[in-house]
Design a protein. Structure first.
Lengths: 206, 206
DNA sequence: AGCTGTACGTACCGATCGGTAACATTGTCA
DNA sequence: TGACAATGTTACCGATCGGTACGTACAGCT
């Protein structure tokens, strides 16, 4: 019984994510989202997190990698929200996407809303090889795929066009949500999506 | 004949816009748009423009003001494109907005496309009091007003919702244009707008 | 010619940027 | 107790940030 330690697995996990790293990621997530990645320096992050700067660079190889980690976490949380709307309406892609968009429309009206972290990161980093941008691009590509798939499930005459139209509405809601704040156009994203869907599907009885 | 200098009026004009200032604004426009405002330092601007740094600060009180000037120029060029589509189809707001969106959809497919300079600036500067953001917000507010007005002219059942829906599609095209590049969802912005419009207008003979 | 105002360039400022070296301290295991 | 991993402390690096003090070249006017 050399290493049958009961928390060995747990230790291995913490080995990869020490306590300081989690605090750093929590703070980075908050500051990056609210003020932008370029606007926040590493000094401000470690100061707010109450940790030392070397702790940041022991857990993340660079600020760019920290930004990418922040976005990977954002990506996970995004799909949680998305899949929650999907599983709430099994077999009904129209209701699924509308449920998701209703949630988006509501969040855009809250004071702290600042759009989609991944969309914003892609705007901040136009270079194709930036690690943060790569996470964003992967997320958007997958979202596009899912939306086109759902549009197909709705029986759209041109599923790819409808899927892309829904993506345009979503991105538009992200942006105008942070541009206009409460009372802005993003409030109507679900309503407009419903109109677009109904105009795109082939009515069975027509 | 004390001051009947033939170039006096011209001089007064140049007084307000010295030669160096125009070169600076040209370079700033190019670099800011392609790489982002925060990504470009004033040193790179003056180096590329081939002028001295004090020339920048004699014409612009700060980098933020230079960014605002860049966006004011962007705003003028935006409305030129918009009004060109409008005047091409007098009295037909549906054709007007579709002509504009066709142009947007085409531009999103070009390699150098990086979205809307004002939208991007608003993402880069979330603070409400930033001079660059103010220019962007003013532009978007006016655009929203015009779109709702056009939607009313189309006879939409809910003109405000349609106008906002068109704005969402436009902003979505800006963003996904720079996220996906050629072949992305922005290509279909005019098609989706046409679907949304037709689903929103009250058919006279129905 | 001499004066004046204007545009420009050289050189520099303090502050902050992202990132690191070296070492002390802590807590948790065996 | 001894080993080890994680964290903290301090001080530092070169580069770049936005911004400026100050001198100069040159124009038009008298």
């Amino acid at each position: 019984m050399a290493h049958d330690n009961k928390i060995e697995g747990h230790e291995a996990e913490r080995d990869r994510h020490p306590a300081a790293a989690e605090k750093i990621l929590d703070v980075a997530r908050d500051l990056f989202y609210r003020q932008g990645i370029r606007a926040i320096g590493v000094d401000e992050i470690v100061r707010t997190a109450g940790v030392a700067k070397p702790s940041l660079y022991r857990a993340f190889s660079s600020k760019d990698e920290l930004a990418a980690s922040y976005l990977r976490r954002y990506d996970r949380e995004f799909w949680e929200r998305f899949d929650k709307a999907v599983t709430a309406h099994p077999g009904d892609p129209r209701a699924q996407i509308l449920a998701f968009l209703t949630g988006v429309g509501e969040r855009t009206q809250t004071p702290s809303y600042r759009g989609c972290g991944m969309t914003n990161a892609a705007v901040e980093y136009p270079q194709a090889d930036h690690p943060a941008r790569k996470v964003s691009e992967d997320n958007k590509r997958e979202l596009r795929r899912r939306l086109r798939e759902m549009a197909r499930g709705m029986g759209a005459a041109d599923a790819d066009t409808l899927g892309d139209g829904l993506l345009l509405l979503i991105e538009g809601a992200y942006i105008s949500g942070q541009l206009f704040g409460a009372g802005g156009p993003a409030r109507s994203v679900a309503r407009n999506a419903a109109l677009l869907i109904d105009a795109s599907v082939v009515k069975p009885g027509a």
